[in-house]
Design a protein around this ligand. Sequence first.
Ligand SMILES: [Zn+2]
Length: 435
Amino acid sequence: MDVDKYNKSFANQEYVKGRGEETEYYIITAKLGDRRYKLTLLRNHSIIEESYHEGLTAAKNSAFEWLISHDPLIFKLNKATMVHYKEDRPNGNVWVKDTNVELHRNLEAYLKVNNIELKNGTFKNVEVSQGQQTWIFQGNPSIFDINNYISNHKYIWWSLRQEYFADKIQINDNVFLWRSDGGKRGTGGIIAACRIVSLPLEKADDSDAQEYWYTDDWKNAYLAVKLEVLEVRIGAEFISRLSLLEHPILKELLILRLRQQTNYLLSKKHAIELQGLWESKNSFHDELRNQVSSDIEASINLEITDTEKERVIKSRIGQSVFKKALLTREKKCGLCGVSDEQFLVASHIKPWSQSSNQERLDVNNGLLLCPNHDALFDKGYISFGDDGGILISESLNEATKVFLNINEDMRINISESQRQYMNWHCDNVFKANYK
Ligand SMILES: [Zn+2]
């Protein structure tokens, strides 16, 4: 294909000239080579999406997927036109438009293959069926403390910025929360699974969320839906954007290509894949833990106490999976600020030996401390109250406290979910009194 010629023709909007009524959207395919197609989506003649595909069908399907998730009513008559650019046509006419009948026939095939039903069976009013739907809602951690907001609340509010979805959202729909990387490469991805528990409504002055905002945006009225948080994975077990880019099917997710939206509706195919991935990551984690645990038992051919075993666990799993998870939440010792990662210890609040399997990898059961403060915490010379204020054992005298760098004014940030573990530590590990 002569790219210059194509670009010029494209820029002159020759895809629309003399071809009847204009439509809001154009789906444009251009045949580049043997089976290679460039797909361009236009809205009011501005490019909103470009991608490359093997085969015309793949290009068309990608366009359908994008347009349906963008606006379920997109294929109303005369809202979208599909045009193909191909240089070697016998009559020299490089631009050929699909008729509406062809467009809808193609769409019908796409819906059928992807198991998406039409509500009324008519393309004049196309809607994706109203079964349980799956969404991705995105948030930006550089303007809002998403990690703590979702960790500390069972019910949360999320804004609906793509307001055309207001009629579409239903109670009980699944929502995956996506944390954008906020400028920190590798941290973007899916960090929680939720369920919709309210229809969209106008929220104003959201004081519950106020403390999590780094801006004044909580004051503004906005359209929002209420979510029940089902599972949070802000640690290493989250589904990273980078891993999705490698996934054979989920690499097609719209959020990977069009990154600035808040609300994305997934196709059924993508919903099923993502749900499966979320579940399997869970079992991957279990497997990893079991494997490390049995590795340790096999490699240490001695009867060891749980305490010793815990020390080994700490050095293996603790310093890889668990620490990585904690590091996404905090980057320094909660007490003194030591921030050199090689010296930070991922400490279990409720000791590993006493914890259930689930508690062993729960980031809320973790505290990142320097070796000095970790030793004090581990041995029960310090603990923390409900407000995060330090509790110091009476068995330490003033001089010792100075040398060990602790004082009564110290406090850590403690979330509600960490609190239950901390209460356990306080009751069972902390040596409050002189012994
Ligand atoms: Zn410290």
